[in-house]
Design a protein around this ligand. Sequence first.
Ligand code: PYC
Length: 309
Amino acid sequence: MRVIDSHTEGEPTRVIIADGPDLGQGPLSARVERFREQHDYVRRRLILEPRGYDAMVGALLCEPDDKRCDAGVIFFNNRGYLGMCGHGTIGVAATLAYLGKAPTDLMRIETPVGIVTASLHDANHVTIENVPSYCFRDDVAVDVPGIGVVRGDIAWGGNWFFLTNDAPCDIRLDNEAVLRHTAMAIHQALLTHGITGEDGEEIDHIELFGAPQSSNADSRNYVLCPGGEYDRSPCGTGTSAKLACLAAKGALNAGESWVQESVIGSRFTASYRPTDDARIIVSLTGRAFVCADTQIIADPNDPFANGIA
Ligand code: PYC
């Protein structure tokens, strides 16, 4: 397999551009199931050590089912498969630009949870428009063992998020161990108490907010992803979920700009427009940089060819 690695505001994306698994045709949601059942070793080979590492997100480009789209994409990580991935979509756009294959106008990309668009301003700056986002429940109290009651909102931004301002410390990289412990405990408490997204879906991303460190940002976040790693970028789907909650509370108007800082200080600039059915479409801009163009080798005698499980 040939893969191109990039990072979007610090968060890695590994795009398979040749010799990936053939998942056939049909809806992307069905193709994800085929990936999971028949080719999961590809996910493990690319993402787990020794060829990958836990923060990495993979992307398989495929034929779209919806012929209005330029491409389809399935995102995956160290735990499994993601509905959408904002930083990953920016990484895919920068990768296509590196390969000289990016459409000059708007790219329409099909994901298992809906269609997104990406437009390149140059080789690195990309604006994406996400799937519709919404706040599902606000001000939910969760009793977290060892921490106490934590209050937050539940929102969809292409993945399910629990968003809380009850961070135990400043959102800084040198507090990462405490932030991770808190977010993991909240995730476990949500599971224990059966608190879910719509239709019983697992809330698998936890987002802690605090004050920004730069004067021209609005907020700083720490996002725990499924699989236990934190997002180095401000998380595209997490920023979308944040804007859905701000919009629901009347705290941000359509078209107003929101600058979301990540725990490492990188940033996305976002805004939204409303839809007819009380959801919002978030548009966000960030930078991605290609950092490797690699041939993945799996020696048949290598006991860790499919990752260290
Ligand atoms: O940017 O949406 C995102 C994302 C999800 C998981 C990691 N990054």
